[in-house]
Write a protein that binds this ligand. Structure first.
Ligand code: TEU
Ligand code: CA
Length: 558
């Protein structure tokens, strides 16, 4: 282990959905501070806060209007200082979300920028003249519609890869870069311990902003192949590292859609010149629709072979060269127990949540746990369009159903039940009282209807709960170097097994054999285990040897 965070586990808090302290229905900083003891009890090391900055909340805080102020719904700077102090007193580190591919259109830089071509902030954003009375190119926004908006006031188009209220910053401009670095140093000097960087691999745009390839049925082209991992990205990140990261003891993770293992080896190389790790997306894309125009909207289940091949590729490619992040969930993804596990019965929910946790937590890298994952929260499966609040889900429905007629309403609602970002954002379930103890007011986002059975109070009372299983996994990572440093190998022949995933981790003293039943069936498999082997952890109370029960997970140590 070389770095202070190498055997750490990160817990992500989505502030609006964690704990409301004043009854307005919105989670806030005093609420999070109150719950830090709970987070500490889980045993994690670092808390990543999704954006808490001043923001019009068009995209739930990923549209920032002031990087150095707190969103009033969440509290104020004094509340933040208290949170930071209590976290540090408990031995928890705080990782901030850094959203610098774009700002809010309410940010003062953009307000200045749109005043006209001579404004000193004009070049902080990406402005272009139209082409033949149309947008400068054919790019579409991640949230549907075009990626360009015509600004009447100044007579040009500006680029927004996300919502129109999220204009992209122009990283070609050194003033932009230095404004961002100064802001990062301001937070670091305040004592924050790291950054999770939103779509950081999108910041270098291609020269000339050429058209992208448009697929059949697409209204606009997906610019991702052109904007992800752009030609100056490594230069920009090295500059950031020199100006910020190298001056502080901190940990960084870059969100990097469309990142390959080769690119990841550059971003998160062990030499530490850029980022400490990246969030890759390949395993999150395995159940996407076969029609690219429908993106992730589908109800396909992931085959074990696809998941295993992908995880294995990342484990093997980065070993000894770069560092992996490990995650099943975040605020953009459906709940893993509903997605890759089985939430249809209480027994299977608990077994499969633990099996998936075992799969991930014995791999090499830094595990990220998203709020509620540790109690096995499920998808919300909302029934009506009016239950949804996420702009991405709502825009997608309107475009795919009403505008393009590619899907009918009920089918799209079924797909949203599987993949809407709202599934991750329903409030944290603390107990069985009204609104699950999240708020005494009306929650900004509907509750998941299963909160009476699935909640923290229940989990803490039950020694066999998912919570205590996560606690144990985290403790093992802290105490067993082989989990951090050991070499990963798939068990011979396992690459062809459609139902069981079996891998080993090995260092010079210890071998771990991880055996995972991905199905609800009783299976039979033989693995070579010495007589002296001990069962390190399992989601069943006994071990039947070659007989492997539904969703059984077991780890042998020898
Ligand atoms: O997400 C970037 C990203 O890759 C998303 O477009 C993702 O593919 C989408 O949400 C579907 O799952 C980051 C943030 O995590 C997200 O919450 C923001 O909305 C987005 O950037 C813009 O800041
Ligand atoms: Ca509140």
């Amino acid at each position: 282990m070389e770095k202070w965070w190498n055997n750490a586990v990160v817990y992500q808090v989505y502030p609006a959905s964690y704990q409301d302290s004043n009854g307005d229905g919105i989670g806030d900083l005093p609420g999070i501070t109150k719950r830090l003891d709970y987070i500490k009890k889980l045993g994690v090391d670092i808390v990543w806060l999704s954006p808490i900055y001043k923001s019009p909340q068009v995209d739930n805080g990923y549209d920032i209007s002031d990087y150095q102020a707190i969103n009033p719904d969440f509290g104020n700077m004094e509340d933040f200082d208290k949170l930071l102090k209590k976290a540090h007193d408990l031995g928890l580190k705080i990782m901030m979300d850094l959203v610098v591919n774009h700002t809010s259109d309410a940010h003062k830089w953009f307000q200045e920028s749109r005043k006209g071509k001579d404004n000193p902030y004009r070049d902080y954003y990406i402005w272009r003249d139209g082409k033949d009375g149309k947008a400068p190119n054919n790019w579409g926004s991640s949230f549907m519609g075009p990626a360009w908006k015509y600004d009447e006031q100044s007579g040009q188009y500006y680029l927004h890869l996300f919502a129109p209220e999220q204009p992209d910053l122009n990283w070609e401009n050194p003033n932009v870069r230095h404004s961002v670095f100064d802001m990062m140093n301001w937070w670091a000097d305040k004592g924050v311990d790291g950054f999770r960087m939103d779509v950081i691999n999108y910041i270098s745009k291609p020269e000339g902003l050429p058209d992208a390839l448009k697929q059949k049925d697409e209204l606009y082209a997906n610019p991702e192949p052109l904007v992800a991992n752009g030609h100056r990205i490594h230069e920009f990140l090295q500059e950031m590292n020199k100006n910020v990261m190298s001056k502080h003891k901190m940990v960084t993770v870059g969100e990097a859609p469309a990142v390959t293992t080769d690119e990841a080896k550059r971003y998160s190389n062990l030499s530490g010149k850029e980022l400490d790790m990246v969030f890759q997306f390949e395993h999150m894309g395995l159940d996407g629709n076969k029609n690219p125009a429908l993106g992730r909207w589908s109800d396909r289940k992931v085959a074990l072979s696809d998941l295993r091949d992908n995880l294995t590729k990342w484990q093997k490619s980065l070993y000894g060269e770069a560092w992996n992040s490990l995650y099943w969930n975040n605020h953009d993804q459906p709940r893993v127990v509903s997605r890759f596990g089985n939430d249809t019965t209480e027994e299977y929910r608990v077994l499969s949540a633990k099996m998936l946790a075992t799969m991930l937590h014995f791999q090499q890298g830094t595990p990220f746990v998203f709020e509620g994952e540790e109690i096995g929260m499920t998808n919300a499966y909302f029934k009506n369009l009016s239950d949804y609040v996420d702009l991405d889900s709502i825009n997608s429905y309107h475009q795919l159903v009403d505008e393009q007629h590619l899907l009918d309403g009920p089918t799209m609602l079924k797909y949203m039940g599987m993949h809407s970002r709202d599934n991750a954002r329903t409030p944290m379930q603390w107990d069985a009282t009204e609104n699950a103890g999240f708020s005494t007011g009306k929650p900004w986002e509907n509750m998941n209807s299963r909160y009476k059975e699935i909640n923290v109070e229940q989990a803490l009372k039950d020694p066999n709960s998912i919570f205590y299983y996560y606690q144990e996994l985290i403790k093992l990572r802290h105490t067993m170097p082989v989990i951090t440093d050991g070499k990963y190998e798939l068990v011979e022949g396992n690459d062809k097994d459609p139902e069981v995933y079996a891998y080993t981790r090995k260092d010079k003293d210890t071998t771990l054999l991880v055996v995972l039943n991905y199905t609800d069936k009783n299976l039979n498999r033989s693995y070579e285990v010495p007589a002296s082997a001990k069962l390190l952890i399992s989601n069943y109370s006994d071990d039947l040897g070659d007989e492997i029960r539904p969703y059984e997970a077991k780890v042998y140590q020898f």
